[in-house]
Design a protein around this ligand. Sequence first.
Ligand SMILES: Cc1cc2nc3c(=O)[nH]c(=O)nc-3n(C[C@H](O)[C@H](O)[C@H](O)COP(=O)(O)OP(=O)(O)OC[C@H]3O[C@@H](n4cnc5c(N)ncnc54)[C@H](O)[C@@H]3O)c2cc1C
Length: 234
Amino acid sequence: MPTAPALVGRLAETFLGRRARVLRAAQIAPHFLEVEFHAQPPAGGWRPGHEVQVRATATEGRRYTVRTVEAADRITVLAVLHGDGPGARWLQNLRPGTETTLLAGRHVPLRVTGTRRLLIGDGSALGTLDAVASADPHAPTVLVEAPSDAVDQLRERWPRYRFLAALADDPGATIRSWLDESIRREELTGIDGVLLLGHAQSIQCQREALVGAGLLDRRAITTRPYWATGKVGL
Ligand SMILES: Cc1cc2nc3c(=O)[nH]c(=O)nc-3n(C[C@H](O)[C@H](O)[C@H](O)COP(=O)(O)OP(=O)(O)OC[C@H]3O[C@@H](n4cnc5c(N)ncnc54)[C@H](O)[C@@H]3O)c2cc1C
């Protein structure tokens, strides 16, 4: 529900709204903002990977994901800043002490199959990928396409993950090249579960590449688009 009448937004807030206060907002790499909230927990408590919605304006909702749960009422969210949409503006205005409302229901975990997993996404998905990878005892392969000027700092922070520099104006292109090359070299043999997050059109290409190469059945691939070229919100 990216855009909805203000009344619908207020109703959603009444039922799902959790009072929150910003404890910290820090730029951890160019374009990446990590925000720590003190936030009233929803039914069932906060979980890493929990989806939250914010009312970026009275009529526009945007979705983000809890990366870590530091305590029952302390969570962090990792966001990539791009453009000046309502979500980006809402994030950029957060300061320690800012009071806000996070909309959240009971956590529904992403269904990821297999034990030898490949987790792929772009900057918008890094928080979710980290939440999923941190809970996986089998050390999955994590591949993230990020703005080129952020790559070094992200590598330093998450040395186990593989970061690829995005090409300006061609989202998904470097991941697609990496996938084609890895498939050609038979480096993905044995992968039995894949998670694809982030840019909708890129996810489609990635899934086609994996299924088309006969590596995996569609059912072994979980997808969740976070944004799409030509669309606002999702
Ligand atoms: C379930 C879910 C969980 C999400 N979790 C996170 C999260 O934890 N962290 C996070 O950073 N994002 C997350 N997102 C993605 C985020 O909600 C979108 O990027 C959203 O569109 C941002 O809103 P906006 O108002 O800034 O831009 P919009 O007004 O929605 O879009 C403006 C323009 O920017 C483009 N655009 C949107 N997002 C991106 C992007 N990431 N990179 C480049 N261009 C973009 C659009 O295509 C559009 O042209 C999540 C999305 C979903 C559906």
